[in-house]
Design a protein around this ligand. Sequence first.
Ligand code: PRP
Ligand code: URA
Length: 200
Amino acid sequence: MSRLRDTTTDTLGFRAATLNLGRMIAHQAIGEMFVATGFRIQTPVEETVGHAILGSSSLVPILRAGLALEAPFLEVLPRSKVWHLGVSRDHVTKQPRPYSCAVPDRIEEDDFGTRTCFVLDPMLATGGSAEYAVRLLKGRGAKQIVFVGVVGAPEGVAFLHERHPDVPIHLAQLDRELNSDAYILPGLGDFGDRWTGSVP
Ligand code: PRP
Ligand code: URA
């Protein structure tokens, strides 16, 4: 987290820290998936009870910044479908502006039971972008949605939770507040710019 916040961290360091943190968050967030218990397995020493994740998963990275969490989540859930969602926050109004959508029109369950949709976006500021993504997924039939971020502001957490109390929120860190420009304090600046290398 500290490497991400630090202005002296370059693009390479920023990407490496995101990958590490992303793996940790992914391991935590998969706890929201359906786990079946009860089947018997034989260890070399004796028989015991096994556990397995039964449901399937879809990753929904919100472009651009959400792309940074795609690789660590695919390491942990390699069979996931990936549905990119392009949303940018209007500089003046701070409202989400969708510009592309690769989410299927109808999200179906599959043979393995409930599909968990992980909305990936490192920054939860006002919560507008995350709320838009969750609403879109619900409108297309998603039954189980989990939001995953890196840094959140209390304002964004409250906004998302108020509108979608059924959606668990996983963050590496809950920060203090938003500034007058709706940036997170202390935060890490513009995640998308830093991860893509648009700023040094
Ligand atoms: C950033 C960030 C989130 C959004 C969070 O995206 O990646 O998507 O802002 O703000 P919110 O909670 O107030 O909606 P941005 O619009 O800067 O696009 P980018 O990822 O392409 O940089
Ligand atoms: N988006 C970012 O990238 N950073 C913030 O602090 C707020 C929105």
